[in-house]
Design a protein around this ligand. Structure first.
Ligand SMILES: Nc1ncnc2c1ncn2[C@@H]1O[C@H](COP(=O)(O)OP(=O)(O)OP(=O)(O)O)[C@@H](O)[C@H]1O
Ligand SMILES: [Mg+2]
Length: 299
């Protein structure tokens, strides 16, 4: 069965799409057949993997409305092993139209049955709200990844997300669990970064991925070229961070080892951004002084 992972945080602009796009592209590059599902009417994940929204006839809207099958709506990208179930502005209508539809929380889950076993990994980019689109995403998924922007208000609103997650787990999807929390846009020149990492770690413990994503201009430039970072800036520090994150993520899913051989490229050398004090050697510290931050102790 495919691993289905929702990238979700109802807070806007925290790096959900950037993380979903780049993790999907890197996993695909490692030989893992990956489907990226864009559940956001903004369609940023769709354009982020180079698919022109204007040229699309079908999108996830048609699927949720029962007008077309999932196989008809999925499109391939120019990247090997990477497919997308695209979205565009019409999806905004679905938020309202779904309200009166039977089994409205399970529309996506039910249609995923048609592609069972066809993909190794399915990643869902959720919109910045806890509406029916997000609920469809969470009801379809076995795992949740929470991207958190490394800023003063990082934990604001998280109570609501965790509460929604618990509600969905108790009432709609008992199988879902938190795979991890990704810190995004980390600027380690600031004292604030350390404080936020400490606070987030005391809230989520070892659910926080050791690989955090630095704030970097190249990361924000890539979407305007419709290309993931591994192609836009293969040796950049943002790309290295996403490779490291993806490896950690795939290991948590148990996908890394089984698919390593199938990869189209050699695994790249990576540097964790957050390294635990027990395991960081002096040499590693010196090498990663640009991006490594000392992990705060666990509560
Ligand atoms: N690590 C980073 N460094 C610099 N800019 C970044 C980084 N991550 C994301 N950005 C930029 O921040 C903005 C928000 O990122 P993104 O679209 O991934 O967030 P989101 O949570 O998906 O937003 P929304 O809630 O609107 O869907 C984008 O302009 C993106 O290019
Ligand atoms: Mg987004």
């Amino acid at each position: 069965m495919s691993d289905i992972v929702a990238f979700c945080n109802q807070k806007g602009g925290v790096g959900k799409t950037t993380t979903a796009v780049n993790v999907s592209a890197i996993a695909a590059d490692k030989g893992i057949k990956t489907l990226l599902i864009d559940l956001d009417p903004q369609g940023n994940a769709t354009s982020g993997v180079g698919v022109d929204k204007n040229s699309l006839e079908l999108s996830v809207y048609h699927l949720l409305m029962g007008q077309n099958s999932i196989k008809e709506c999925i499109v391939s990208t120019s990247f090997k092993n990477l497919y997308v179930l695209p979205s565009k502005a019409e999806l905004t209508g679905a938020e309202l139209e779904l309200i009166d539809i039977e089994n409205r929380e399970y529309r996506l889950k039910n249609s995923l049955k048609d592609i069972e076993g066809e993909y190794d990994l399915i990643i869902l980019d959720c919109p910045p709200s806890l509406n029916l689109l997000t609920i469809n995403g969470l009801c379809s998924s076995s795992k949740l990844v929470i991207p958190l922007q490394c800023e003063y208000y990082a934990l604001e609103g998280l109570g609501q997300l965790v509460q929604t997650f618990e509600l969905i787990r108790s009432k709609l999807n008992p199988d879902i669990e938190i795979a991890g929390v990704v810190l995004t846009m980390v600027d380690r020149r600031t004292k604030l970064a350390e404080q936020v990492i400490s606070e987030v770690t005391s809230f989520f413990g070892d659910k926080v991925f050791k690989s955090a994503i630095p704030r970097a201009v190249r990361i924000s430039e890539a979407p305007s070229f419709g290309t993931p970072l591994i192609e836009y800036d293969p040796s950049g520090k943002g790309t290295k961070a996403f490779i490291s994150l993806t490896e950690e993520f795939l290991t948590r899913l148990g996908l890394q080892e089984s698919k390593k051989e199938a990869g189209s490229s050699e695994p790249k050398k990576t540097t964790p951004i957050i390294e635990s004090t027990e395991t960081t050697t002096q040499t590693e510290e010196a090498q990663s002084s640009e991006t490594s931050v000392e992990s705060p102790s666990q509560p």
